[in-house]
Ligand binder design. Structure first.
Ligand SMILES: Cc1ncc(CO)c(N)n1
Length: 219
């Protein structure tokens, strides 16, 4: 079995909770309370800020140019269409970018920062694989509904579905699958820990978003 499949199966309970969540189900149905969406977008934009640093670190630690190119192209999507999606959505929903980090956001940022500062490619990939694969998993079944939704719901689905994004996830998984057999037992332990922390944090982030992050308002 692929290493990434095995890692997912070790975390099946949190994985299933994170990828079939009431929050994303309501988002896909177009029934999600807008204040919940506002709070989620504010906190997730803070997530993206650190995610960009982590992805840049993975690019800089990829073994060859061929290994780096798909991640670099993905970085351009995040800093291009995804970045403007956040800016347009926050504006349309009439809230500013957040200045305060919720505890669930801080916990995720801490994991991403520690993976980045480790300088270890596999530890970085473990977090990146979870973040992108889990989003592909919840968003893909909703892709056909996306066009009927307001853009702040619909584009969040289409950014995480379709052949292009599937290709990003295939690439990230293939990178981790390839490096896995070269790792020492201790290094594999650390990757396992990062992977399982990331799955737990994805679930916790959606749980908090569904309960409702505090929404920061214009003053
Ligand atoms: C919390 C979280 N996990 C994963 C993604 C996908 O990049 C995201 N935008 N936010």
């Amino acid at each position: 079995m692929r290493a990434t499949e095995q890692l997912k199966e070790l975390n099946l309970e949190n994985w299933t909770a994170a990828t079939g969540h009431a929050f994303t189900n309501a988002l896909g149905a177009g029934t999600l309370d807008l204040d919940k969406m506002r709070g989620y977008l504010q906190q997730d934009y803070l997530f993206v800020e650190e995610f960009v640093r982590l992805l840049a670190a993975a690019i800089s630690n990829a073994p060859t140019l061929a290994d780096a190119v798909p991640a670099a192209q993905f970085l351009a999507v995040i800093t291009g269409p995804e970045n403007t999606y956040f800016q347009r959505s926050l504006k349309a929903l009439n809230v500013p970018e957040a200045s305060n980090h919720a505890p669930e956001t801080t916990a995720f940022l801490d994991l991403m920062r520690s993976a980045r500062l480790s300088g270890n490619y596999a530890e970085m990939l473990a977090v990146l694989v979870v973040a992108e694969w889990s989003y592909l998993s919840w968003a893909s079944p909703m892709e056909d509904n996306a066009k009927d939704l307001p853009f702040w719901f619909g584009e969040w689905i289409t950014l995480h579905a379709g052949a292009g994004f599937q290709g990003v996830v295939d690439y990230l998984r293939a990178q981790l699958d390839a490096v896995w057999p070269t790792l020492s037992d201790a290094a594999q332990d650390k990757v396992r820990r990062n992977f399982s922390d990331a799955v737990e944090l994805e679930r916790a982030f959606f749980d908090a978003a569904w309960a409702g992050f505090a929404v920061e308002q214009h003053i």
